[in-house]
Design a protein around this ligand. Sequence first.
Ligand code: CA
Length: 227
Amino acid sequence: MHVLLVEDDNRLAAALTAALARLGHQVVRAGRADDALRLKDGADFVLLDLGLPDMDGLEALRRLRRASAVPVIVVTARSEERDVLRGLRGGADDYLVKPFRTAELIARMEAVLRRGTRPLTAPGPVVVAAGGVRIDLATRRLEVDGRPVTLTRREFDVLALLAREPGVVRSREEILDEVWGDLLLSASRSLDVHIAGIRAKTGCPGLVETLRGTGYRLGTGECTSGS
Ligand code: CA
């Protein structure tokens, strides 16, 4: 089995690599989340440390899950129930709290594999309503107070990303990464222009809420009246 080991601690990574290799597994090790996301495609199993130098492990898990159904066990030094629950809700199949015995890890991996693979994505809502705004994610139709509104492809993509999980805040980087496929655009004004376009065309300035320094989320859909 090809195991992707995402762990920034060299000693722990070396010990786990040796233990897994003894059982006949091929281990690819990534010390950073961005390397892990690059290397994920060949993996049959992912062991993901939540404390990584470049990205929060839960965020890495979320990005991994958007593109892959590979079994994941999160490994964490944090034993707080909240983090563990967030990990499991974020798509991990199981978790281990450091320090752990290798035998325990192997047993958990086998248990996850016995349970079988998960569906790639949980079915989310198809039509999202916010105030008088109705966003149909399947047909890509948008209505404000019953009247159709046309957005550009990218404007709709941005709105759909926010609507898929109402209430969840998406960072600029995340939106640029997902919609434009390019994190490096984060300095550009493209996103601001598209957000402004969504607000203007719908006549609902509150449809996309800006959280200064954090990102954007789907707002209440309050619109200017009498248009
Ligand atoms: Ca770590």
